[in-house]
Write a protein that binds this ligand. Sequence first.
Ligand code: HEC
Length: 512
Amino acid sequence: MPVARTPIVVVVSLLLAAAAFFAGMLVMEYRGDTLRTAAREVKSVVVPRGPGQPAPYFGDLQSVAEVNVRDAVLDEVYAGLAFPWAFEFVSDTQLLITEFAGQFKVLDVTTGAVSEVAGTIPTLASAAGTQQIGLLDVALHPQFSRNGLIYFSHAVEDPQDSKLRALAVSRARFDGASITEVQQLLVAEPFGKSPSNFGGALEFDRQGLLYVATGDRSRRDQSQNPGALTGKILRLQDDGSVPPDNPFIGVANPYNPKLMIDSRIYAMGVRNPQGLHYDAVSSIMYETEHGPMGGDEVNRIDAGGNYGWPVITYGANYSTELIGRGSAMAGMVQPLFYYLPSLAISPIAVYRGDMFGEWDGDLLVGAMKSSAVSKLDVVEGSVKSERQILQEVRGRVRDIKVAADGSIYFLVQNGGRVLRLSRDPALLGGKVRDGRQIYNIACVTCHQSGTTDVPALRDAKAWSARVAKGREALYASALEGIGNMPARGFCENCTDEEIRQAVDYMLDEIAK
Ligand code: HEC
């Protein structure tokens, strides 16, 4: 097929001056998180910014949360993709995007130019959104920059019976404009009638092995059947062959001792996986999957693991009848985190980067039903808190990728949009918030109440000896911390000058 190039579409990404001009229309200040280390967690408030409101909004809310990412913006980089499903950075500035109906597109995130990739790929596709049959995930070979190899998952039909389909994985060469040498590496048999639960997430690990997450194709018993490739995590070499250290090589199938377990199986017992993400820092492969009704899961995938579906689950059937035998069983792995009710979670990314350094190692899970991103704070391998952020995406989040500069890209089904969350201190316009504002943002939670060891602002007696130390000494205490007083009152991005002004404000109040 010849290349059908779409006209270049002008990017909506905004310059700073334009950001101020269009305040409230296209740029949204992001203020949806809570500082984890806060003395008490204050539920964050997302304040919509209407026309005429200052940009950015500094606020007077009594929450340490408000200072956390007050300099972040969400830009719309592109709108108008047709039912996009997944994307990958093929260079620092270019995204390769899959559209469900079987089209690959390339978006240049700096210019907003989109082009269709030429070349036919062997996928079936149902009318977008009606069923789950189509072109799904894409992954790049670890040496993509040298060999141009891409891998993609898609639905195929049974050559013997066109009513039956299965998930397939193909490999091809992509040169920036077209796809050639398409080669099918895997069909996750058995074929089945169901139009749903294909799964299809793809990811490489550090060793260059390809993981494929397959859905149960609505035949839940198959997830525990080691003879079927559905409801599994498979692991392949880059040419589709079996890695020599796969966990079930040479192991007899317990259901049929005359057969061996399919050696491509790496883990089993999954339902409808939507995301795989390998975090090279922790060497952990994360998986996300849709539960039945309730019980969407985030799993840590390890060799030979049985993730329990449908024997154990936190969800119920859509008819609300219970499934399986409860939520825990010996020999079956517990999820790292699960959602009740479900958010209809989609892919997952682990944040690694400098731009949002305080999120390092946190998991970002797309949510489709609730149009948000679920941020999981992971400490020493377990989830300490969950918070839904970025309701500003206004749509079903289909994919999430962290760019080389630490900004975060979201693929949103509604409107076929690509959004970018970034941070730019210049957006604060060099404004210094006054001492009262900083006090209300970062100090009030402790100093208002005056719990036992905190000198309350209204308690003149508690301050007399401290005031006697002199202003410079108090500035130093506030900046560096003293006793149980945390340095800067936990305000990670208050400037020194802002902290000094907060101390000045406190001293004025004490003197009254
Ligand atoms: C997590 C609770 C907490 C927060 C938040 C907090 N403080 Fe404090 N602050 C304390 C405690 C506790 C002390 C007493 C420390 C001591 O002397 O042992 C204190 C003491 C102080 C003192 C007296 C220091 C001295 O040398 O005697 C100043 C000034 C002060 N805080 C300023 C601030 C400012 C400004 C902020 C906001 C930017 C702030 N605090 C936020 C807990 C807090």
